[in-house]
Ligand binder design. Structure first.
Ligand code: PEP
Ligand code: MN
Length: 368
């Protein structure tokens, strides 16, 4: 469902035409740690905003849960002495009120809060009528509706300086990333709200500092509006998320290595070439659609046959064998296993839906 949100568009944010960089430690630990990190970040000349978590939403109760409101004056000192804008995480009305009292007006809502509409609504109510900026991280799991819902709730409270932060999604099992990027969800968010600023949080996607440069570049390639990156004066000694933090100087180096991309970069002699390639892609996609149509017609015929023989729709051994064969064939053509698997799962699902419609039209009707 597409709903309108009334926001300050991404190209109107005051970043001097550059990507917005939000940097700072995962958690505020001591005044010295906060201040030194901020100072060193400011010296790189890259950071616009300084982040630090005061109330840390931790998955397990025995982890460090943040120093709390006592660090608010540390943050206001950073603002006073370095000029950096301060942003911190809020997870309740009390957090919002405490921040507003100290003059902090930039907030993010964390992944563990975005999952809960009650929490988001409580924060939105506390923000009503304030001139504040709110960035909303994606929910822990891959539910775009929850992310959209949170953006809408905060927007309905009158907050127009609104943005999203992509921090990856929890998926079960072992993966190279702490949180799977699932870029397709970000692409869909951008399709629904092309004006919404979307930042990338490579630190929480990666979970390990070595992957940050790759993800930070990917954010540029995906036309995102900047980054939130965790930086700490002594990353390995950090009280939370030590593996994924970098020093301010390492962060500077990472960003120095980024290749800028432009949506409408001057193509000069390559314009025609790009158009030719796009034409070829359009033609191939048309052929793919025709092939899918023919394939689904065959599924209809199989459905009719199964109906006449009272056969089950799902034939697990056939599906197993088919998938294995498609993956092997794809591999020979240089296509990735995961791509072929996801593609054919989708095709197979549609085929089952078509056959269900034939074998059991009533059931199908009820599902709608
Ligand atoms: C954080 O930014 O330190 C944090 C807790 O992030 P997330 O909500 O993305 O887990
Ligand atoms: Mn963190």
């Amino acid at each position: 469902m597409k709903t309108d949100i009334n926001i300050v568009p991404r190209d109107k944010w005051k970043t001097g035409g550059r990507q917005l960089l939000i940097a700072g430690p995962c958690s505020a630990e001591t005044e010295e740690q906060v201040f030194q990190t901020a100072l060193r970040l400011q010296r790189t000349g890259r950071a616009f905003w300084f982040r630090a978590g005061l109330w840390k939403p931790r998955t397990r109760p025995d982890a460090f849960e943040g120093v709390g409101a006592k660090a608010l004056p540390w943050l206001t000192r950073v603002n006073r002495e370095t000029g950096l804008t301060i942003i911190t995480e809020v997870a309740s009305a009390k957090h919002v009120e405490a921040c507003l009292q100290t003059g902090i007006r930039h907030f993010w809502i964390g992944a563990r809060s975005t999952v809960n509409p009650f929490t988001v609504q409580e924060i939105a109510d506390a923000l009503k009528g304030t001139d504040t900026t709110v960035l909303i991280k994606n929910p822990i799991h891959a539910d775009l509706q929850l992310w959209l819902g949170a953006l809408e709730r905060v927007n309905k409270a009158g907050i127009t300086h609104l943005g999203a932060i992509h921090r990856g999604f929890h998926v079960h099992g072992n993966h190279p990333f702490r949180n799977h990027p699932l870029w397709e969800i970000v692409v869909e968010l951008k399709r629904l709200h092309p004006n919404l600023p979307v930042l990338c949080d490579p630190s929480h996607i990666a979970g390990q500092r070595e992957l940050i440069p790759y993800l930070a570049q990917k954010a540029i390639d995906m036309d995102l509006d900047g980054w939130m990156i965790e930086a700490h004066v002594q990353p390995d000694l950090a009280w939370s998320d030590a593996r994924q933090q970098v020093t301010p100087e390492m962060l500077n180096e990472i960003l120095e290595g980024m290749v800028e991309r432009k949506k409408d970069a001057p193509l000069n002699g390559s314009k025609e070439k790009l158009e030719q390639l796009r034409d070829k892609i359009n033609a191939l996609d048309e052929e793919l659609l025709q092939a899918f149509r023919s394939r689904m017609q065959l599924s209809e015929q199989i459905g009719e046959l199964k109906k006449s023989k009272n056969m089950t729709i799902l034939q697990l051994s056939r599906w197993d064998e088919m998938l294995e064969q498609r993956i092997a064939n794809g591999r020979m053509l240089g296509l990735k296993d995961e791509f072929i698997k996801r593609l054919f799962e989708l095709v197979h699902d549609e085929s089952i839906r078509i056959q269900t419609e034939i074998l059991n039209p009533v059931l199908q009707e009820e599902k709608k």
